[in-house]
Ligand binder design. Structure first.
Ligand SMILES: Cc1cc2nc3c(=O)[nH]c(=O)nc-3n(C[C@H](O)[C@H](O)[C@H](O)COP(=O)(O)OP(=O)(O)OC[C@H]3O[C@@H](n4cnc5c(N)ncnc54)[C@H](O)[C@@H]3O)c2cc1C
Ligand code: SF4
Length: 509
């Protein structure tokens, strides 16, 4: 059952067997498992429920309403960059491109060796992936909805650079190739968790509260007793009634940036390790301007991609989003922005996603918002720029008139492989590698020893009944898009708690 703002504006006080903070991929799969096991589940989500009519192409307005800090939560440090975190029922799954990739074998092995957590590389994780892929109805993006933009990326990266790729596996049924994933999928094709796991949890009795921002995890002695917070209302997230959920178990799945802050603000910080680590994928993006009309808004948002065989940990992805978002990097302002608008219909965009060796932290700022830092050592520049040059040269080879990168230290319009040499120049520094950092991880690492605040069962060390089940538990970057792994790891944590079998095969159909 859903409780929207109208029901709860003046506050509420309820009891449950388990309270789940956050309704993104991590929280939703846990809600489903625990409700199925017969527990009284309450899900608390700070954002609103989005309906088809809220999913409009007006990206600035959509971002302002449905993302934390309007989609501009800053990652400070070496290359200050925005990081986008959805604030709505279903969390990031509503606005993401629905790409579902399991961890590469080498990352699984590394995670297991580094942390001592056996299930990072185990048949249980395979079974959890199989359930998630079946549940989200994952299939490769069909050629028919790639559109000219993704096909040009394929021609460049596979045809010219020789990196083998394919239509990306996505949690979408009958994608219409509208390129609108960032502002939600109004036709309901994307299998975001508000359309999959959360309704299933509700069918088993889970109660879902939107506009409910949890401010504190309540602990008596060493035992969790529930959560409390404030009902918040748009516009401006005005503060309304107070709420409390009394529960002997609390699962925190508020996302990599909010989870550590919530724990810190609640005085929960075993060995000072909560938020002491934080990782993001780094990389860059480039726009090729073709002679031909591409109409880049036709085709699946991120329909085609390739995991590099040449540069370990690097991935190429075709991409589209509203020009209002993309042109922050390439459009300039004022007159130059208007001039560049004419180029939009000729544009092809490639994103470079790299699993760098980076280190960061998350701490609660004075107003309780997360303060994020990321240090990017210089050694990460060379592999990213090699990938950028490969993509730039390949776009030129398939007919791009010129390529922009948005990097301040290279030519603005690169028209030949000689121009793209500037990408390999020592003038390009880690501090220039600002990008949108949407893959974030590892602020409450899961480890077998007590170097991380979360144990292999998902329990927060030192507080009985408290669990973390979102991307915070990743021990380091995943190298691929994280959603599938969040679903799989949260599935394992919540199944252990619910005493459901870890090796259960996907439901038929
Ligand atoms: C534009 C974009 C595209 C992406 N594309 C892909 C992709 O194609 N494939 C992929 O694998 N990954 C993708 N990602 C990343 C992926 O969406 C995230 O890694 C994933 O959603 C994280 O899941 P989570 O459960 O850890 O947290 P979230 O999805 O962030 O969910 C956390 C939820 O908790 C709520 N919350 C936070 N604090 C509180 C509080 N105090 N009280 C109550 N509720 C709270 C938030 O509002 C949010 O709804 C993308 C991300 C973005 C932004
Ligand atoms: S590309 Fe369009 S139809 Fe396909 S999943 Fe994204 S928003 Fe939905």
């Amino acid at each position: 059952m859903r409780h929207g703002l109208a029901d709860v504006r003046s506050g509420f006080d309820v009891e449950a067997d388990v309270a789940i903070v956050g309704s993104g991929p991590g929280g939703a799969v846990a809600a489903d498992n625990l409700a199925r096991a017969g527990m009284r589940v309450v899900v608390l989500e700070a954002g609103p429920e989005l309906r088809a009519e809220d999913m409009v192409r007006d990206a600035p307005r959509f971002l302002a309403r449905n993302f934390w800090e309007g989609g501009l939560r800053m990652v400070l440090g070496t290359a200050p960059s925005p990081s986008m975190h959805a604030r709505c029922l279903g969390g990031g799954s509503v606005v993401n491109s629905a790409i579902m990739l399991p961890l590469p074998a080498w990352v699984r092995q590394e995670w297991r060796a580094e942390t001592g957590v056996a299930h990072f590389d185990s048949p249980e994780l395979d079974a959890a992936y199989a359930r998630a892929f079946a549940r989200c109805r994952v299939s490769p993006t069909p050629t028919a909805v790639l559109g000219r933009r993704n096909r040009l990326v394929r021609a460049a990266i596979e045809g010219v650079a020789g990196e083998r790729g394919g239509g990306l596996p996505r949690a979408v049924v009958d994608c219409e190739g509208s390129s609108d994933c960032l502002t939600g999928c109004p036709t309901g094709k994307k299998q975001s968790v508000d359309r999959t796991y959360l309704p299933a949890a509700e069918a088993n009795g889970a109660e879902i509260y939107t506009h409910a921002e949890v401010e504190r995890v309540l602990v008596e002695g060493t035992r969790v007793t529930g959560v409390e917070g404030t009902v918040v209302e748009l516009p401006g997230w005005q503060r309304r009634g107070r709420f409390r959920v009394r529960a002997p178990r609390v699962l925190v799945a508020a996302g990599t940036t909010q989870t550590p802050v919530l724990l810190q603000r609640s005085g929960i910080n075993p060995r000072g390790r909560v938020g002491a680590t934080f990782f993001c994928h780094i990389g860059g993006g480039l726009v090729g301007i073709m002679d031909e009309v591409v109409d880049p808004w036709i085709g699946a948002t991120q329909g085609w991609g390739a995991i590099s065989q040449e540069i370990r940990g690097l991935k190429y992805e075709g991409l589209w989003a509203s020009p209002a978002v993309l042109m922050v990097r390439w459009g300039g302002v004022g007159r130059s922005f208007v001039d560049r608008l004419d180029e939009v219909k000729h544009a092809v965009v490639i994103a470079i996603v790299y699993r760098g060796d980076v280190r960061g932290s998350v701490r609660a700022g004075r107003r309780g918002d997360p303060v994020l830092h990321l240090r990017i050592p210089e050694k990460n520049v060379a592999p990213v720029m090699r990938g950028m040059k490969t993509a730039a040269d390949s776009l030129l080879a398939v007919g791009a008139r010129y390529v922009h990168t948005g990097l301040t230290s290279v030519m603005d319009e690169m028209r030949s492989p000689r121009d793209t040499e500037s990408l390999l120049s020592p003038r390009v520094r880690a501090s220039h590698m600002a990008m949108t950092m949407n893959h974030t991880f590892g602020s409450c690492r899961m480890t077998a020893d007590d170097s991380g605040p979360v144990d292999p069962q998902g329990r927060v060390r030192g507080v009985e009944g408290l669990f973390v089940c979102d991307a915070s538990v990743f021990p380091s970057p995943s190298a691929v898009n994280p959603q599938a792994t969040i679903l799989a790891l949260s599935d394992l944590t919540s199944r252990r708690l619910a005493e459901l079998p870890l090796d259960e095969p996907p439901a038929p159909g």
